[in-house]
Design a protein around this ligand. Structure first.
Ligand code: M6R
Length: 587
């Protein structure tokens, strides 16, 4: 989390830094800051809140500087804890978490050093200062060697006002060289618009940025070459194109994403084709929405081609001493390809012998570099913190893999190509949920029910609602309700039921009846028009035809829309929910 930028060149640094930070705000937005050398002396502007609060920094005239947009881990969101942090001659911005910060801080305090923030970051400036004997890069390298955890750093030194020294470990960092200077950022879009040749640093790499040159070194300060990143100008910040929020725009892009995704499902390489067909066990690791995509895919892998499939939350998998049976195909699913827990879980599965396939939306991510094969979801850049189109696209790619395995067994799976048309119909029908919003404004808990794959859709609907509306909500297996949760249902409690699986439809409707009998207001998302007419149902969205094996990719759309409309009605910004960030690059 957190986004960092830096620029050393011939232009004014402040607008470059602020422009970059705006494109990185999806990584965190509780405070922000920049530091710019102006005539040899450093000026720092730090503010609580979003990047737009830094407007006064635009008056700074200087060509070298760094910037930061924060998602707080150590220390409350405040100006005091906002980056850049300074000690002695060194000022720096940091993305990551320093796990041994406390021990290091005690060492510094024992030397008589004083701290001015509650962050783990400040200790890095102290360490660099301690190791400094006139060589900037050597001091940064020496300090980095003492750090445990993850970090991407961009460091300024008062003795070298023309330079920025960067280093990374387990946190992404992209450097670039353009005609007017050198750039660094946590993510490519922050600098892609500058027309630079960009390079992804690897763990331990050190980069030195100056107006005239960009120099790359390994962790022992030996010059290294890194592969030039291939990207198009589309990596630049996308526009709202008339939509009020990115979330709504990204939902509107679902049909296009679903048109592209099946092509990915056929892709990968020969190694993947072999691993897929030989797999005796599939392990899916992911977090959040991507985890829910994995849960939906389990139904397809087991239902269509009978391969035993487990889906594990990556943060659990990585610390669980997992069993990796022979011929395991591990599929790591991650929109960003940078989620720290997913990377660690995927790495562990691979070390234990699994073939690692990545399903990701970001071509140049850390996950793509680690995987044996990569399937791009091709959903296009997703800005809103709440994942929408990437989920639908992940599902399509995963269903495509299941269909490929089924085909190898001689089983004909339903075609994926119609999903895009079904998604268009679902988007149109989902407009109807706008009229449901008054029932969701009371602040009461909301329940999402389903069975089988519908339960997985319910989980995703519940996550979407809670993360942008801040309403307590729970996704529940419909059959499990009466074992405890039914006690929470009272008059007017909103309950959303998802019913797309023919064999389970009446079973779920039993649960609907039970909550209705206890006063709940029932909202239905279903493929079966006749269910919408039942007396228990307050309102319903009837979905267009879609093979039920793939229905979550379509049934989730009205639930995404519900979360969006309720968030807007409650006065929330659905693109930037409180306490969250788009990429969780720390544990
Ligand atoms: O980039 P990833 O797919 O790895 O991200 C995983 C989760 O952090 C993400 O899906 C999160 O749950 C979303 N905010 C949900 O909308």
């Amino acid at each position: 989390m957190c986004g960092i930028v830096g620029y050393a060149g011939r232009r004014d640094a402040a607008p470059v830094l602020l422009g970059g930070l705006q494109k990185l705000e999806y990584r965190g937005y509780d405070s922000a800051g920049v530091a710019v050398f102006e005539g040899g002396s450093l000026h720092i502007v730090r503010k609580k809140g979003r990047v737009k609060e830094l407007a006064e920094a635009l008056s700074l005239k200087g060509n070298v500087g760094v910037g930061h947009t924060r998602w707080a881990t150590h220390g409350a969101p405040s100006e005091r804890n906002a980056h850049p942090h300074t000690y002695g001659k060194f000022t720096l911005v940091h993305n990551g978490i320093i796990e041994n910060a406390l021990a290091l801080k005690e060492e510094c305090i024992a030397r008589g050093e004083k701290f001015s923030s509650d962050t783990d970051t400040e200790v890095i400036a102290h360490l660099i200062s301690w190791f400094y004997n006139g060589d900037f890069a050597v001091a940064v390298r020496a300090a980095a060697k003492r750090l445990a955890g993850s970090y991407a750093l961009a460091v300024l030194c008062a003795d070298f006002p023309d330079a920025i020294v960067c280093v990374r470990m387990k946190s992404p960092l992209i450097v670039g060289k353009g005609a007017d200077g050198a750039y660094v950022a946590s993510d490519l879009p922050a600098i892609a618009g500058e027309g630079v040749e960009a390079y992804a640093l690897e763990d331990g790499d050190i980069a030195i940025l100056r107006a005239e040159e960009l120099s790359l070194y390994d962790g022992d300060l030996r010059p290294v070459k890194r592969e030039k990143m291939q990207y198009s100008c589309r990596e630049d910040a996308p526009e709202l194109c008339g939509f009020r929020h990115f979330m709504k725009k990204e939902m509107a892009e679902i049909p296009v994403a679903l048109r592209r995704a099946p092509l990915s499902a056929e892709g990968g390489n020969d190694g993947l084709a072999e691993a897929l067909c030989r797999a005796e066990f599939i392990e899916i690791v992911a977090c959040g929405t991507a985890y829910h995509a994995g849960l939906c895919a389990k139904h397809a892998f087991e239902g269509l081609c009978r391969v035993p499939t487990e889906v594990t939350v990556a943060s659990e998998y990585r610390y669980r001493d997992p069993i990796v049976p022979r011929r395991t195909l591990c599929i790591a699913v991650s929109q960003s390809g940078e989620t720290a827990d997913t990377l660690a879980a995927a790495q562990l599965a691979r070390e234990r012998g699994a073939y690692l396939a990545a399903v990701t939306n970001v071509a140049y991510s850390s996950l793509t570099r680690m995987a044996d094969a990569v399937l791009f979801t091709q959903a296009g850049r997703e800005i809103a913190v709440a994942a929408t189109k990437s989920f639908n696209a992940q599902l399509t790619v995963l269903y495509g893999l299941a269909a490929r395995r089924a085909a190898a067994l001689g089983i004909a799976a339903p075609p994926l190509e119609g999903l895009s048309v079904a998604a268009e119909g679902a988007l149109a029908a989902a407009e109807g949920v706008r009229s449901w919003t008054p029932h969701f404004l009371s602040g009461k808990s909301v329940f999402f029910l389903g069975r089988g794959a519908d339960y997985c859709t319910a989980l995703e609907g519940s996550l979407k609602l809670k993360e942008i509306t801040y309403l307590p909500s729970e996704g529940y297996p419909a059959g499990e309700l009466k074992h405890g949760t039914l006690a929470l249902i009272e008059k007017n409690t909103p309950v959303v039921a998802v019913v797309t699986q023919a064999a389970l439809a009446e079973k779920t409707m039993n649960a609907v009846h039970e909550v209705y009998a206890r006063g709940a207001k029932v909202f239905l998302v279903t493929s079966f028009a006749e269910l919408a007419r039942r007396e228990e149902v307050t309102a319903a969205v009837v979905l267009p035809p879609c093979p039920e094996e793939y229905s979550p990719a379509v049934a989730v759309i009205p639930l995404q829309a519900l979360a969006y409309y309720v968030a807007v009605a409650r006065g929330n910004d659905p693109d930037k929910p409180r306490n969250l960030a788009k990429s969780v690059t720390v544990e």
